[in-house]
Design a protein around this ligand. Sequence first.
Ligand SMILES: NC(=O)c1ccc[n+]([C@@H]2O[C@H](COP(=O)([O-])OP(=O)(O)OC[C@H]3O[C@@H](n4cnc5c(N)ncnc54)[C@H](O)[C@@H]3O)[C@@H](O)[C@H]2O)c1
Ligand SMILES: *[C@@H]1O[C@H](CO)[C@@H](O)[C@H](O)[C@H]1NC(C)=O
Ligand SMILES: *[C@@H]1O[C@H](CO)[C@@H](O)[C@H](O)[C@H]1NC(C)=O
Ligand SMILES: *[C@@H]1O[C@H](CO)[C@@H](O)[C@H](O)[C@H]1NC(C)=O
Length: 451
Amino acid sequence: MLSINRIRAQPRAAKASPFSGMDFADPKRKNNFVGKILFVTVLTGLCILLLKQSPNFTSPSAGYILLGEEGKKYLIFRNVKSRPIDIRVNYKIFTEFSHQEPGVMHVLVTGGAGYIGSHAALRLLKDSYRVTIVDNLSRGNLGAIRVLQELFPEPGRLQFIYADLGDAKTVNKIFSENAFDAVMHFAAVAYVGESTLEPLRYYHNITSNTLLVLEAMARHGVTTLIYSSTCATYGEPEKMPITEVTPQVPINPYGKAKKMAEDMILDFSRNSNMAVMILRYFNVIGSDPEGRLGEAPRPELREHGRISGACFDAALGIIAGLKVKGTDYSTPDGTCIRDYIDVTDLVDAHVKALAKAKPRKVGIYNVGTGKGRSVKEFVEACKKATGREIKVEFLSRRPGDYAEVYSDPSKINRELNWTAQHTDLQVSLQTAWRWQQSHRNGYGPPLASAS
Ligand SMILES: NC(=O)c1ccc[n+]([C@@H]2O[C@H](COP(=O)([O-])OP(=O)(O)OC[C@H]3O[C@@H](n4cnc5c(N)ncnc54)[C@H](O)[C@@H]3O)[C@@H](O)[C@H]2O)c1
Ligand SMILES: *[C@@H]1O[C@H](CO)[C@@H](O)[C@H](O)[C@H]1NC(C)=O
Ligand SMILES: *[C@@H]1O[C@H](CO)[C@@H](O)[C@H](O)[C@H]1NC(C)=O
Ligand SMILES: *[C@@H]1O[C@H](CO)[C@@H](O)[C@H](O)[C@H]1NC(C)=O
């Protein structure tokens, strides 16, 4: 695996967190209880603030709150559970999403406040899709929704529903009130290390939530599903590159939960008219080339973070440097090799998959470049991209890491005419670095950009 470590910068920074896992990394979990409390507090505060300040506030009734100024009534902050923020400001807005419109495809993007989901929503909106984002902001950013809202202010384009996909009644309500044509299901928890420490959180929020989404789709006749899967479902294959028929033997709860979700989807699709596309991503990097969106995990999740986040943190001096574990693998430079894919290419694969999805057909595709890059190469690219010196400490191997993981993307090339057009390690990192630099605090405090 990615044998890299953060070197502790300040005494209060968490323990060294060696990279493991294919999309995400790291074992040692930081206690984020305080963070959670803080988040809930901030959320509650925000809600009160909104209630006080909203100029659009009309009459309190069931279920919704609107963010945005007068004349810009497009972003709906909806809380379906009866919490204090339950206010429906403008019912009319929902009618645009509750009816099908000829020629307009309405896509439900779960997890659309997250890193990949927000980039996917941006691309869909740019391509004139109608988008409903459902996210409970447990890991995503309202700031990302805000950016999308500002880019696509027209009514009927973008709707944000604040809801928990683990709540069956809520999910049903969302499906009954909205005319979806397709679902892109990104919402998940996605840190390999965390999954070994909190397996139930993974089976619950990946497997069980996917079941709820499937049930709602079945009940409401939504038949097209694009599912976010991962190369972690393959485990430690003996042969490289990984093709779609490489046996799936996941080795951690994250990979297993994703594999179980895939199995449920496939079993269900066999006896229905579902159009299913399962995309197994390799290591995702980069961000919007125009600098509108970026990757901004919560501070308390940084320690679980991925190699790009760690490199940027090292470049920014947030951590002192990187620890590369293992320089004697049987790879050209001795460090581990992984397959990095730019998020712009990844969302392009989603749009192509959506366009080619057919009832009663299943498509399963690896999404990678087919080219492995070593940890040393990655670090060099990161140094060039950031123009900063990054301190690297080379250590001995960590048990459980394997030398090489990379994809064979020929199936997706052939069947969806997709190739990675935007992935260039250094350029992708440069793009992400630019966003990181102009967003030192990510999208700001979790909910600040909403007020
Ligand atoms: N980033 C990678 O390298 C990578 C690689 C392979 C697969 N994936 C998959 O891609 C998808 C998106 O990953 P990401 O990197 O954008 O993660 P992310 O954490 O940035 O986004 C996930 C989003 O889902 C939301 N969410 C989680 N549980 C929810 C719930 N119960 N109800 C509503 N919303 C909920 C979170 O708030 C967050 O906004 C995941 O399914 C992940 O497994 C990611
Ligand atoms: C998000 O959903 C999870 C269940 O998947 C729930 O436990 C958590 O409390 C929710 N977070 C918020 C902020 O609503
Ligand atoms: C996931 O599920 C667990 C219950 O197993 C819950 O406590 C947690 O808050 C959920 N949500 C997230 C985002 O982890
Ligand atoms: C495949 O994609 C390329 C661009 O990536 C395009 O030029 C070409 O026309 C496409 N081919 C088909 C058959 O759609």
